[in-house]
Design a protein around this ligand. Structure first.
Ligand SMILES: [Zn+2]
Length: 229
């Protein structure tokens, strides 16, 4: 692309157009060292688009037959800095519509992703639930469901996402069940509330946890030869 866009300057001092003498000028071009207003320079029909929105800027520029770069001199840094573009009004409107459509497309994609994730979470929960009940056949189904939902939920989903998603890690599943028993079936949480150090509290409730797990592992007689994980 060998287009050379006109450069429009935002003057730091009050300047008047050297042709029509209007002023002070907000923006101007410099021709033969003299300021020329945008009307005289045939750029008066363009609208200013401040820099910042990359996609909008690119689209507005691409849709404009004529566009200009707007700069201002930064005294401290002794250089001209880009402030934005002058683009055609119709091009800007078109660019805004395209960006809006983009935003809507992105929102729609996010919604589809969320649905897919929810379906996958439900699937993971199912797999986890089945595995919990396989390892702990006498675990009440509502408890097993609760544990599976919790484990596959986002954030706490180490077990759910890593293990159940691919191959179920029996140790991780047992850990999730054990954690649930610790909180629900023992005074562990209350011990913590009373200032008992975590490790001490864990030691204290460990036998109660193992007792619950032992009863949950029982199968009512059928196939229960599995040792502890
Ligand atoms: Zn003029």
């Amino acid at each position: 692309m060998d287009l050379v866009a006109p450069v429009v300057v935002e003057p730091l001092r009050r300047r008047r157009c050297s042709e029509c003498h209007q002023g002070p000028l907000e923006r101007m071009i410099v021709e033969f060292n003299a300021p020329v207003c945008l009307d005289c320079a045939d750029l008066g029909h363009l609208v200013f688009l401040r820099r910042g929105d990359t996609a909008l800027t690119r689209r507005a520029r691409e849709a404009s037959t004529l566009w200009a770069v707007v700069v201002r001199h930064n005294r401290r840094r002794t250089r001209y800095e880009r402030q934005g573009l002058l683009v055609e009004e119709a091009a800007l409107a078109e660019a805004e519509r395209a960006c809006l459509a983009d935003g809507e497309a992105r929102a729609a994609r996010r919604a589809r992703d969320a649905v897919r994730r929810a379906a996958r979470d439900a699937e993971i929960t199912e797999v986890l639930l089945a595995e919990i009940l396989r390892l702990f056949p006498s675990c009440p189904v509502d408890r097993a469901t609760e544990i599976a939902v919790h484990a596959s939920a986002k954030g706490s989903g180490r077990v759910g996402r890593t293990a159940a998603g691919r191959s179920l890690d029996r140790g991780a599943v047992t850990a999730a069940v054990r954690a649930s028993v610790r909180h629900v079936d023992t005074p562990y949480d209350s011990l913590l509330m009373h200032g008992i150090p975590r490790h001490q509290a864990r030691t204290r409730v460990a036998p109660a946890i193992e007792a619950v797990l032992l009863t949950w592992r029982r199968d009512g007689g059928a196939t229960s030869g599995r040792g502890r994980g």
